[in-house]
Design a protein around this ligand. Structure first.
Ligand code: MLT
Length: 251
């Protein structure tokens, strides 16, 4: 089994937290959860943080999900809910497809549909750029995820310096896996009673309107006002309360 970094904190109900592209489990440091009620299982997705990149001819979100799920089972963690930020949400949905129980799934600034053709082409462009100049790509991509990057300079600096430690192979794997992922709209609707999308009002990756259209009054979604793609930093207290209340069935 490839090395997977997992950090467990707290004693409450187990919840697996999955970060987004170019991030790591350190992203959750901006949020505090009541540890007597929520046991936070923070994972570095393969190829990110200190988890090794998968060796795989056809990179996929499913392989990432299986690797994480196998690892959880090997530690005796066989029941949990899932919270995934962006790419982490894609992995969370695939884990929810594998398990034989019905976890609650919270998609934070994420989605359940496949990439448009334009987005797939953009992933290919990203892979080419990364191979030429990984650091330049990281420096330009990360500030664009914030609505007001000038307000979050220290957080952006810290994200950039951490992301620069990622290998080209890890970033390439994740880009291909996201590009190749299937459309999970049907599955998402089938688990709608356990699924909630939490969306930054001004997220540049998925607009509020697109989320409204795709959820089509069938999947609940909650908007975080004035936040972009990095709502856990831009509106940490609101996001932390929303996630906690949803996990503890208070919403
Ligand atoms: C992420 O933050 O994980 C990515 O932006 C998601 C994506 O590009 O689809």
């Amino acid at each position: 089994m490839s090395a997977l970094n997992i950090r467990i904190q707290g004693t409450g109900k187990p919840v697996v937290f999955l970060h987004g592209f170019l991030e790591s489990s350190t992203m959750w440091k901006y949020l505090e959860f009541p540890e007597d009620m929520i046991q936070c299982i923070y994972i570095d997705i393969p190829g990110h943080g200190t988890s090794s990149t998968l060796i795989d001819d056809t990179p996929s979100i499913i392989s990432l999900a299986r690797t994480i799920h196998d690892n959880l089972l090997s530690r005796g963690i066989d029941r949990f809910d899932l919270v995934g930020h962006s790419m982490g949400g894609y992995v969370a949905l695939e884990i929810a497809r594998i398990v034989h129980f019905s976890p609650k799934v919270l998609l934070l600034n994420s989605n359940f549909w496949e990439d448009s053709n334009e987005k797939k082409q953009n992933r290919d462009r990203v892979i080419t750029i990364i191979q030429k100049n990984k650091n330049l790509f990281i420096q330009e991509a990360i500030p664009g995820l914030f609505v007001r990057p000038n307000k979050h300079k220290p957080e952006i600096e810290s994200l950039i310096s951490e992301a620069k430690n990622l290998s080209e192979a890890g970033i390439t794997y994740a880009s291909l896996a996201m590009r190749n992922r299937p459309d999970l709209t049907h599955f998402a609707k089938s688990i709608a009673e356990n699924l909630v999308c939490i969306q930054g009002e001004k997220d540049g990756i998925v607009s509020e309107q697109e989320m409204q259209n795709k959820t089509a009054n069938q999947i609940p979604f909650i908007t975080i006002p004035n936040a972009g793609h990095m709502s856990h930093i831009e509106a940490s207290r609101v996001v932390e309360k929303t996630i906690t209340d949803l996990l503890l069935d208070k919403l």
